[in-house]
Design a protein around this ligand. Structure first.
Ligand SMILES: CC(C)(COP(=O)(O)OP(=O)(O)OC[C@H]1O[C@@H](n2cnc3c(N)ncnc32)[C@H](O)[C@@H]1OP(=O)(O)O)[C@@H](O)C(=O)NCCC(=O)NCCS
Length: 253
């Protein structure tokens, strides 16, 4: 009987891809602590972006009411050329663990589960290099559906849409135009691939993200977000953003 129970457990562990139950527990604990670290990094990033005095009033309000600005860029119109000043180059993320560890070293807000989800959704990951140093990472979603954990809703893209899902510049090098450069390169690349509209979504207080979009010619298409109430989240949308009944939303043209 005991041997049978052991065989069943071993088969279940093999399904999970773990050598033993002990390994599985250790991995779940590690992933949970990485998630907590990712959330703490997100908070630290917000405080860094906002500056401490502003964070004191923005962050408490943000826990209750979240408003995101949805901006779009028409890729059929003229696009500014990316600045050439910095010695920047980019590579596509390979599927190796070393690359993922490297990515997490500059973007600790992306936990393992998050990276796995992005890859499952087929998002393209670009690493940005200044000389030999990794300084930037961005994810672009070209698939039909992208789950947005920060909103708890799925963005449905229309034909010809691409979504700038996430970007992060190494903390030591922020404010030097790295995101503005790679963001523009990504828009040019999307246009070469035949996309006609790029969508991006940023928290209303995320000035660097909004400013880089504005410089690339993005315009505000609307807002989306939610307010926490005792009965759960109350979602809202304005402008061209439409909430669908099924936990998803899209941006009309
Ligand atoms: C958003 C982010 C990627 C911007 O990267 P970056 O390489 O520092 O961006 P840039 O240097 O190109 O700066 C873009 C603009 O924002 C401005 N800016 C930068 N930091 C700023 C700050 N803390 N407050 C106000 N403006 C700021 C820059 O001056 C620049 O505007 P300018 O060209 O008119 O001077 C970076 O702040 C980051 O990694 N944040 C954490 C993750 C995140 O929030 N990602 C975006 C959401 S997906």
């Amino acid at each position: 009987m005991a041997r049978r129970r052991h065989a069943v457990r071993a088969a279940a562990d093999a399904d999970w891809g773990f050598a033993s139950m002990h390994d599985k527990r250790r991995r779940v604990l590690t992933m949970t602590s990485l998630d907590v670290r990712a959330s703490a990094s997100r908070l630290a990033d917000a405080c860094r972006t906002l500056g401490f005095p502003r964070a004191l009033w923005v962050v408490p309000g943000w826990t209750v009411h979240r408003r995101f600005v949805v901006s779009v860029c028409d890729l059929r119109a003229a696009l500014p050329e990316p600045p050439q000043g910095l010695d920047l180059r980019w590579t596509e993320l390979a599927a190796t663990d070393a690359d993922i560890a490297r990515l997490r070293s500059i973007d600790p807000t992306s936990c393992e589960a998050e990276i796995a989800r992005r890859r499952r959704e087929g998002q393209a990951c670009t690493l940005g290099w200044l000389g030999d140093q990794l300084v930037y990472v961005r994810w672009d979603s070209r698939g039909r559906h992208t789950f947005l954990p920060f909103l708890g809703r799925t963005l449905c893209l229309l034909d010809g849409d691409v979504y700038s899902a996430h970007a992060c510049t190494s903390r030591a090098l922020r404010g030097h135009g790295i995101h503005s450069t790679f963001h523009l390169r990504a828009l040019h690349r999307a246009r070469e691939l035949g996309f006609v509209r790029s969508i991006s979504i940023a928290a209303w207080w995320n000035t660097p993200a909004l400013r880089a979009g504005e410089k690339a010619g993005r315009t505000c298409a609307g807002t989306v977000g939610f307010t926490r109430t005792p009965r759960g989240r109350r979602y809202f949308a304005a402008g061209a953003v439409r909430l669908d009944g099924t936990g998803s939303f899209h941006v009309e043209r």
